[in-house]
Design a protein around this ligand. Structure first.
Ligand code: HEM
Length: 96
């Protein structure tokens, strides 16, 4: 009964979903398809678009989303970031 094995996506694959047709974001190594949620997001679609195809964990936590918001977000989980590339983004690594 339990769906024990999650679907894994590589960062490469996730990064392709960075447009208004398909918008995926990563929060705590889970992959969210928020394409259908953009217009409904109380925080606006722009902030989600900015994170499209990438890791939104920090911004998601900075906002201090409510328990309601966290429960709501579960509906959009489509899988997990592949463990082999489960790395925290390094700030500034591409900065120069
Ligand atoms: C599936 C993911 C997400 C869901 C379900 C979600 C849901 C919500 C909800 C329900 C609110 C209303 C306030 C609350 O209940 O906390 C909210 C506000 C907000 N969210 Fe999200 N959110 C998501 C992801 C994000 C991400 C990734 C960002 C930033 C890049 C973001 C930025 C904001 C901002 C700026 C607000 C407005 C806060 C305010 O007006 O005080 N959200 N979100």
């Amino acid at each position: 009964m339990a769906d024990a094995v999650p679907t894994y996506y590589t960062l490469d694959e996730i990064q392709k979903h960075n447009n208004s047709k398909s918008t995926w974001i990563i929060i705590h190594n889970k992959v969210y398809d928020v394409s259908k949620f953009l217009e409904e997001h109380p925080g606006g679609e722009e902030v989600l678009r900015e994170q499209a195809g990438g890791d939104a964990t920090e911004t998601f936590e900075d906002i201090g989303h409510s328990t309601d918001a966290r429960n709501m977000s579960k509906d959009f989980i489509i899988g997990e970031l592949h463990p082999a590339i489960d790395k925290k983004p390094q700030p500034g690594i591409n900065g120069g």
